[in-house]
Design a protein around this ligand. Sequence first.
Ligand code: LIP
Length: 272
Amino acid sequence: MTTPSSAEVTELRDLCIEIAREAGSYAHGERRSLGSGRRMVHDTKSSDVDPVTEFDKATEVLVVERIRAARPDDSIVGEEGADHQGTSGFEWHVDPIDGTVNYVYDLPGWCTSIGVVHDGGPVAGAVYAPTVDEVYGAGLGLGATINGAPLAVSDVTDMSTSLAATGFSYHRDEHRVAQAERVARVLPNVRDIRRQGSAALDLAYVASGRVDSYFEEFINSWDVVAGVLLVTEAGGVVTAFDGAPLDVTEPHGLVAAGASLHPQILRSISHI
Ligand code: LIP
């Protein structure tokens, strides 16, 4: 499969940014019109604490319409069920509202995440956080930006003063006991821990140096394709939970940080 040209990567990145902005703005408008602090009506998916709103679905429909209009031969995978098989070799991974619990509760930590995979790796992506009007973008070899300004991961080398981010599964029984034990053991070894509620934003925060590391298990491709590229294009390292190379199309779990901190975080979480 031929490597996309710099011009094609630039075009893909700019399209991700354009669509993420439009889709996130739509979802934000619907959230605002409900009224501040009002809890949004929702259904549930994989568990009784895994919400989905009508606007998760409507926002994904909008994103898919925009992608298919611009790139009809590409494949698309979406959290809310989009599944288009294309012929171009480019595959879009879409989370229309990442951080749906925050969206339902009218908390600010949610975003629209759109990433493109080619030959098994991320080549372009965008994460748009409408509540703070910040759009992160990256293209393979083009670097990473926030509202157009360049990003870099933090250069923190000492884990004991680093700020870590993580998240937890929607499956209380099978996954959360182990996740709680892991956090209890990591917490004494870092400055503090942040649980934002959105994997895509956690990765964008690593890319921008707003947190020093992020680790999480049981995540999906649509949560992370764009964010993983943000981190690596901002000079960071992302691996699977066991330190092996990450398959963004089936991530399961990942660890993201600057090069010096990454092995320290990996050792800390693997002692569980
Ligand atoms: C969320 C992830 C987050 C994880 C949450 C949830 P959603 O995705 O982005 O990192 O901790 O449990 O899976 O469901 O809001 O799209």
